[in-house]
Design a binder for this molecule. Structure first.
Ligand code: 5GP
Length: 202
């Protein structure tokens, strides 16, 4: 893709605080949008369709895969998750930046199609702390907690393929780090050549 906006991919183990981080971030930075994923996972208490996720059944999801409506999709913890293509392309074309909060399989697909994206991995300070956060979230049963913790180790190894890693030991500091990454990426010469040429009138 050669769109004008910046595509930011944020991954990290379940419970690491990606959602909280990204929501705090969009309040601090303008022209930044979070893509809303589609999923076949049932809503958790308090989750709203069209806000947290676009909830759909497996048949609908598979139809959309066939129709090529996803920028990327993956099966995570036995459910489908995917990024609707239209919203992302539209925003990037307008020169707006978009965050995808997706798993490592989805991130690998995006890296193939959008190598200019910025890939950020959010890590917990320890696996023990991650366990505590998932339990405190109170949204997962024991089977789901164990599945998420088992995957966390493998996901952490995948961080080596990302551009940046942020250890989320303190929310405010982690927000500041993610904010710094995005602002620095926006200032890269390779993303600003047109602006320079415009200033000098070439
Ligand atoms: P949760 O069920 O805890 O909301 O999310 C489970 C995992 O699915 C998380 O790692 C999350 O980042 C990932 N995920 C959420 N949306 C998407 C998506 O659109 N695509 C992919 N590949 N993963 C997603």
């Amino acid at each position: 893709m050669s769109e004008k906006g910046l595509l930011i991919v944020v991954s990290g183990p379940s419970g690491v605080g990606k959602g909280t981080l990204c929501n705090a971030l969009v309040k601090n930075i303008d022209n930044l949008f979070i893509s809303i994923s589609a999923t076949t996972r049932p809503p958790r208490t308090g989750e709203v369709n069209g806000v947290n996720y676009i909830f759909m059944n497996q048949e609908n999801f598979e139809e959309k895969i066939e129709e090529g409506q996803f920028l990327e999709w993956a099966k995570v913890y036995n459910n489908y998750y995917g990024t609707p293509k239209e919203f992302v392309i539209e925003k990037l074309k307008e020169g707006k930046d978009v965050i995808l909060e997706i798993d490592i399989q989805g991130a690998a697909q995006v890296k193939k199609n959008c190598p200019n994206g910025v890939f950020v991995f959010i890590a917990p300070p320890s696996l023990e702390e991650l366990r505590k956060r998932i339990i405190n979230r109170g949204t997962d049963n024991e089977e789901s907690i164990n599945l998420r913790l088992k995957s966390a180790k493998e996901e952490m190894r995948a961080s080596f393929d990302y551009d940046y890693v942020i250890i989320n030991d303190d929310l405010d500091k982690a927000v500041l780090k993610l904010q710094s990454v995005i602002l620095a990426e926006r200032c890269k010469v390779s993303r600003n050549k047109d602006k320079i040429l415009e200033i000098i009138g070439d």
